[in-house]
Design a protein around this ligand. Structure first.
Ligand code: OOG
Ligand code: NI
Length: 263
């Protein structure tokens, strides 16, 4: 599979649960194609489906690991991968340290994990295969009470949880204040966790994001309308060498995760 095909598949799957994505592209691109800065994937830290099991497919496509991040309170670990060709979007992958959760949460996630076939992540197409398990709304809510991330992965599984507009390459929008204003004027809701704009020129990265769309999800016991996926906006600043900073910022990322909270 080519990188192009993989991103196209992830994008098509993302559109299925993110109805705001196309209108946002239209609004910011004004007819021109949008260049993405990165996408993000989520998983549980368990054998065969951990961060590096997902990352392996990107490494095979020529990406390299380029940054490590820790989120103590959320019990997450993340890494990002980038490709030598800077026009290819970066990939931010995180995993939930399941063994740090309560016995109840571990039992629920254990029941999901039991349904995953051995070698599941061996196929690149499983990066965009959605949920490989059946889960009840009851268990979703129990997980939600302890870890929003745990509940999101249970409900949505393997998919890009956001795409990110590369604001440096937008025509007609110079900073995130302008981007955010256009989004709010058009009726989109922004994630205010940590402020509307996360990061700074000093941190070499500014980010904002919408709040996740809400979609109907079929659980084993009932349907429910829950937060799905969101859109992010990133503006990068040059580092000491004059190159645009290509990493992520832990304190900001911690707040971007909150975009899938039901607020
Ligand atoms: C990832 C959150 C972090 C960023 O750009 O800092 C992130 C997630 O929500 O899965 O995307
Ligand atoms: Ni992001």
């Amino acid at each position: 599979m080519t990188i192009d095909t993989l991103f196209r598949q992830l994008w098509q799957q993302y559109l299925e649960v993110t109805p705001s994505a196309k209108p946002i592209q239209q609004l910011l691109g004004q007819g021109d194609p949008i260049i993405n800065d990165h996408i993000a994937l989520r998983t549980y830290a368990l054998p065969d489906i951990g961060l590096e099991d997902l990352g392996r497919h990107f490494v095979q496509l020529g990406f390299e690991y380029a940054g490590d991040y820790q989120f103590g309170v959320k019990k997450l670990r993340a890494r990002h991968l980038q490709h030598p060709d800077p026009s290819i979007p970066k990939v931010f992958i995180s995993e939930l340290k399941v063994n740090e959760l309560s016995a109840t949460a571990q039992r629920i996630i254990g029941q999901l994990y039991q349904q995953v076939k051995v070698g599941f992540m061996g196929s690149v197409s499983h990066l965009y295969s959605g949920r490989p398990w059946s889960v009840s709304y009851h268990d979703y809510l129990t997980l939600l009470n302890e870890s929003e991330y745990a509940a999101w992965v249970a409900a949505f599984g393997y998919r890009a949880n956001h795409f990110t507009v590369n604001v440096n390459l937008l025509d007609g929008f110079y900073d995130l204040i302008q981007v955010n204003q256009a989004l709010v004027n058009a009726g989109f809701k922004l994630n205010h966790s940590g402020g509307e704009i996360k990061g700074s020129e000093l941190a070499m990265l500014e980010q904002s994001s919408t709040l996740a769309d809400h979609v109907a999800v079929s659980f084993s016991d009932q349907q429910a309308i829950i937060p799905s996926c969101f859109y992010e906006f990133a503006l990068r600043y040059p580092d000491a060498s004059g190159q645009l900073y290509q990493g992520f910022v832990e304190a900001s990322a911690d707040k971007i995760f909150d975009s899938t909270n039901a607020l």
